[in-house]
Design a protein around this ligand. Structure first.
Ligand SMILES: [Fe+2]
Length: 326
């Protein structure tokens, strides 16, 4: 991620992650929707809408992406929806998603706290949104982050696939050097409890899951290096260093141990769009979905993730330029 974004981070207001005192059960964090064959998810990422932007143009650009996805079953936005946005701007984007009439969900990115509202306000607004919005956060729970929940895709009374929407948090000022934050230990424990609960609910069978969040795990760099070295990059390019945290609490090891999550989708680094498999887990960048903040003109668009009946995935990418909407 480029220096100017890092500089912006320093002047942001540090919002503390929501972390309360109440204990909840795994099932309290689970939403449900029906699975249908070839379930198609439209992933948008890093929209960065601000008060200064021409919303009409940005919405016209995203209209192209919805058209590409051709009536998706679900839209997931993997963070950085806003930068320096007011509540009115935020409401306008949320209304844009909702008016599409397609179920939609979001997780937060590091820039979503650099706004004229708090992440807690955004969390509450989304939690109460209703309509086509699928979002859940228990703000008084003990789990760090503002968007940790799961969406179960149900088929014949069983969980066919599970989607984890998680908060990779924002900035870490605890060390002498500024850095991006990581998933906390209590989030890893939360993830394990939901995977195990779902397994139990599904007759002891581990359920396949996909995970959506904003900041890539630290392993993304090793994943790219190994794939590049062995000529096994499945798709895309790495045009900038992956800005993941330089430390974490071992989330990837837990993911491997539990064997549920087969693929992870994220954003954050605007000019990376690669997909690689690493230790049987897919690391996959989304495609930046507007031209706000730094970007490359030939790397703007979206991707769709189709979950087939046998749990295999097809990922399709779509690219556009702003010449199409001006
Ligand atoms: Fe971003």
């Amino acid at each position: 991620m480029k220096n100017k974004i890092t500089a912006l981070a320093f002047i942001s207001l540090l919002a503390l992650s929501a972390c309360g005192t109440k204990d909840y059960k795994p099932q309290d964090y689970i939403l449900e929707m029906n699975y249908k064959d070839d379930f198609r998810i439209l992933q948008l990422t890093d929209i960065h809408l601000s008060d200064k932007d021409d919303q009409k143009t940005q919405f016209k650009f995203m209209d192209l992406l919805y058209k590409d996805a051709n009536n998706p079953d679900l839209v997931v936005v993997t963070g950085d929806l806003f930068t320096f946005a007011s509540k009115n701007t935020a409401k306008s984007l949320l209304k844009y998603f909702d008016d599409k009439g397609v179920p939609w969900s979001v997780c937060f990115g590091n820039h979503d706290e650099q706004c004229y509202f708090s992440v807690d306000w955004l969390t509450k607004t989304l939690s109460e949104y209703g309509s086509n919005c699928l979002f859940k956060d228990l703000q008084d729970d003990k789990v760090n982050g503002n968007c940790n929940f799961a969406i179960n895709l149900m088929k014949d009374g069983k969980v066919h696939d599970q989607l984890f929407i998680m908060d990779s948090n924002r900035y870490d000022f605890n060390f002498s050097q500024f850095g991006y934050d990581c998933f906390k230990q209590d989030q890893i424990e939360w993830y394990e409890s939901v995977v195990n609960y779902t397994k139990e609910q599904n007759g002891g069978e581990t359920v396949n899951s996909l995970m959506f969040y904003h900041i890539p795990l630290p392993e993304v760099n090793a994943a790219w290096d190994e794939a590049k070295q062995n000529n096994k990059v499945i798709y895309g390019e790495k045009r900038e260093a992956s800005c993941s945290p330089d430390h974490d609490y071992g989330f990837f090891n837990k993911i491997k141990e539990l064997g549920s999550t087969k693929a992870m989708f994220f954003g954050h680094d605007h000019i990376n769009n690669f997909e690689v498999d690493y230790q049987e887990v897919k690391f996959c960048y989304g495609i930046k979905s507007t031209d706000r903040i730094y970007h490359d003109n030939d790397m703007l668009g979206c991707q769709t993730i189709t979950i087939h009946n046998d749990h295999s995935l097809t990922i399709d990418r779509y690219y556009h330029t702003y010449a199409e909407v001006k």
